[in-house]
Write a protein that binds this ligand. Sequence first.
Ligand SMILES: [Zn+2]
Ligand SMILES: [Zn+2]
Length: 248
Amino acid sequence: MRFVNFASSSSGNCYWIELERSSGKPVKLLVEAGIPYKEIVSKTIKEQLVLTDLDAVLITHSHSDHCKAAKQLAERGFKVYGNQYVCGSFREQLYPDTLKVVAPDTYVVPFRVEHDAPDPFGYVIYTDVEKILFIADNKFWKADLSSQVFDYVIIEANYDGSIMHFALENARENFDRAKEAQYKRVINSHLSLKNCEKQLLKMNLSNCKAIFLIHLSDRHSNENLFKRTIQEATKVRTFVCKKNGGII
Ligand SMILES: [Zn+2]
Ligand SMILES: [Zn+2]
């Protein structure tokens, strides 16, 4: 797998992912298009990638930090896959727990996650060579993934529970209702570090070569702590995706 992070936060998400196939060239996917189209173009050029090489674009849900450029990509002829709320009639519709062939030897199985958008998905994506899990904004998911052997896992780790708890208490003490509501929304719709770790430990990671943590909160996370915590718990090499691209 080749994984390039273009953007990763509540301001925008976009990931270039290539998976090996036995038949020849790797399949090239853009997962999430939550930054302006122009920025996607400039990021591909900077990374020496060719946008028109893309086989498919996958979007997890209809929040703009995940689908901002979906419509423009569809209008330019890219195959954009997502639920019925993503970019109107242009997208190729996906249904939960229903396998879709998105390119030769390339399969996607969407599954439902809990998040405050209509029908948000997580994706199991696989070719005849590699299998990955991609899961962005969610509070939780019910699908049992324990029988699947993932080569790579890309997963949200949004906030640290104790940092968030402190911020929430502070907002309450200061009667800052807007902040209080905002923090409560995050707690009810995003994955904490603790729950990210719990979900990972339910998976079969015996063949997992790396975990990529995405969508970290600006104020309520800590890149080094998150990387270390997940790496120590899972014994799998762990990377953190930076807000404006790149990994550490
Ligand atoms: Zn988001
Ligand atoms: Zn969202």
